[in-house]
Structure formats: C-alpha cells, structure tokens
Design a protein around this ligand. Structure first.
Ligand code: FAD
Length: 264
C-alpha cells in the first residue's frame, strides 16, 4: 500500500512529530511505502492567488475556479501543486495529520487543500446536468482510495461528546471528513483523535502510542464512516436534499448524511 501523510505542525520535535514517526515506522515495518509532505518544512505557500496560475493573463479579472480549471487542464499549474497532485494519485491511503487549532486545521493545511484541490481534479468532475450533479461525495478522482485524519486536541473527550460544550468531534471534523475527503471520492475512515494532550506524561504517551499503532496497522481493514453516496439515489437532483424517510427517526444535522445501516 502507498501511504501519503500530509503533516501540518511547525515543530518536528512535537507530539505530532512523534506520532508521525510511529506511523511511518509501523507502516514501513509492514512493507508499505510512505511519503510525507511536511508542509512547514516545505515552506508551503498557504494562500491561493494569481501566482498559482502563471499562464493566466495578468490583465484579466481573476476567477479562481476558472483559472484553476484552465491551468489544471493545460498542465500549467505551479510545480509545487503538481507534485502534490502526483502524490495524491500515487497514494492508496491519504492521512491528514494536524493539531486541532481553533476547532479546525492549521491554516497551512487549509492552504494545501485550497491550492492542490484544483478544479477538474477534485471538484468540477463528471457530468453536470439536470440529471446529475457531477462525480462527488463518494465518487470522483479519489474513488477507491482511503483517507483518515490524525488529530491532537487539548480539550478533554467529554468536551467533545454529544453534550460537551465544544460540540461533538464528528460534527467539528465533518467539513474536513465529508467536505474535503468524501467530496472528491475518498472512502473516509473514522478519525484518530488524541484528546487532552497538552500535559501528557510518559505513561499516557505510551497508552496513546499503543492505541495509535493499532489504528495504523488496521488502515486497510477499518470500516469506513458510512456516508451516503450522492449518486446512489438518496438525494433529489438538483436540490440535493436527502429524500424524506431514509433517516433513522430522530436523526438531524450532519448525522443525516450517514447511512442508517452502517454496514449496508
Ligand atoms: P506538544 O506540545 O508537542 O506535546 C504535548 C505533550 O506531549 C507534552 O506534554 C509533551 O511533553 C508530550 N510529548 C510530546 N512528544 C512526546 C514524546 N515523544 N514522548 C512522550 N511525550 C511526548 N485544543 C482544542 O481542543 N481545541 C482547539 O480549538 C484548540 N485550538 C488551539 C489553537 C492554537 C493556536 C493552539 C496553539 C492550540 C490549540 N489547542 C486547541 C490545543 C492544541 O490542539 C494542542 O496544543 C495540540 O494538539 C498539541 O499537539 P502538539 O503536537 O503541539 O503537542
């Protein structure tokens, strides 16, 4: 298996850095091939702007999606973005690893998504008509590949439970797992979240490492989050509303987009 880890932490000698080493060692020891994009070490350009589309006319008003589509199809994206796109195509499994910062990913990782996810590559893919709204949410360029988040958080697990003040972690991460990973077609595994990490002692680190190794060793076999595929008939087109009656009674919010029977 080819595994790509997108690593977004400014300090290699951090808890995240230690988890990255564990992941790499475990995977390589099992015969897998690992590539890491260490975004801070690469000095990744975070903001998407005109410089991302070198062939785009300087005097034309910049519309990011059309400039992105044009540059993607004419192979005139910048080399750093093209290199990341090649890595994504190479990978069977993609991991986004980051500390939770303000209930989301660090800006450098969001910038990786904004720039690498070109139009025609991860969005704007497939037929768009009155019968079909493209290949997305379960279909698309990344179909057949697995993806997962590795997240560290200062907050306690209770703070992120269904009644916790921060809101449920699956809801907080939904824009990433569903919006960024499932959208271009990845099969998304449950996120690995390490809570209450800011003052870990050696014993807690050892417990965390064991749990983490287990998740890394079972990447290929872990059951995915049962998101509903857009084009399997659950949604009306073009409104993209979930048809009524498909959800378990009492379900609301993001949970509506999970199949009622996880393993069907
Ligand atoms: P580090 O600071 O590197 O380490 C954490 C602990 O692990 C330390 O005790 C360290 O000694 C120990 N450790 C590290 N490596 C090892 C090792 N090899 N062996 C043994 N022990 C080790 N948290 C939230 O829950 N929600 C938020 O919205 C949120 N927003 C934040 C916003 C910002 C800007 C910042 C700076 C923090 C925020 N936090 C938030 C907290 C943040 O998520 C944590 O600080 C972060 O996840 C810790 O990960 P780290 O890799 O930086 O840990």
């Amino acid at each position: 298996m080819n595994v790509l880890i997108i690593f977004a932490h400014p300090e290699r000698n951090s808890l995240n850095g230690a988890l990255l080493d564990i992941a790499r060692n475990e995977l390589e020891a099992s015969g897998h091939t690992v590539q890491v994009s260490d975004l801070y070490a690469m000095k990744w350009k975070t903001d998407i702007d005109r410089k991302d589309f070198p062939s785009f006319p300087a005097d034309e008003r910049l519309k990011v999606a059309s400039a992105s589509a044009e540059s993607f199809s004419s192979h005139t994206l910048t080399p750093d973005v093209e290199a990341e796109q090649k890595k994504l195509l190479w990978a069977d499994t993609v991991i986004l690893q980051f500390p939770l910062w303000w209930f989301s990913m660090p800006a450098i990782l969001k910038g990786w998504v904004d720039r690498v996810y070109s139009c025609g590559f991860t969005y704007g893919v497939g037929e768009h008509s009155d019968k079909r709204w493209g290949d997305r949410y379960g279909e698309g360029t990344m179909a057949g590949k697995r993806a997962m988040l590795i997240v560290t958080a200062g907050g306690w697990p209770e703070h992120y439970s269904s009644r916790g003040i921060n809101g449920p972690i699956d809801d907080i991460l939904f824009p990433i797992t569903h919006g960024i990973l499932f959208y271009p077609g990845f099969t998304v595994l449950p996120s690995f979240v390490a809570y209450r990490v800011d003052r870990l002692n050696e014993q807690e680190f050892s417990i965390l490492s064991d749990k983490f190794k287990e998740r890394i060793q079972t990447l290929a076999t872990t059951s995915p989050i049962p998101y509903r595929n857009q084009n399997d008939g659950d949604y009306t087109i073009p409104t993209m509303l979930l048809k009524s009656g498909l959800e378990k009674a009492g379900t609301s919010g993001f949970e509506l987009h999970l199949k009622a029977e996880p393993h069907l």
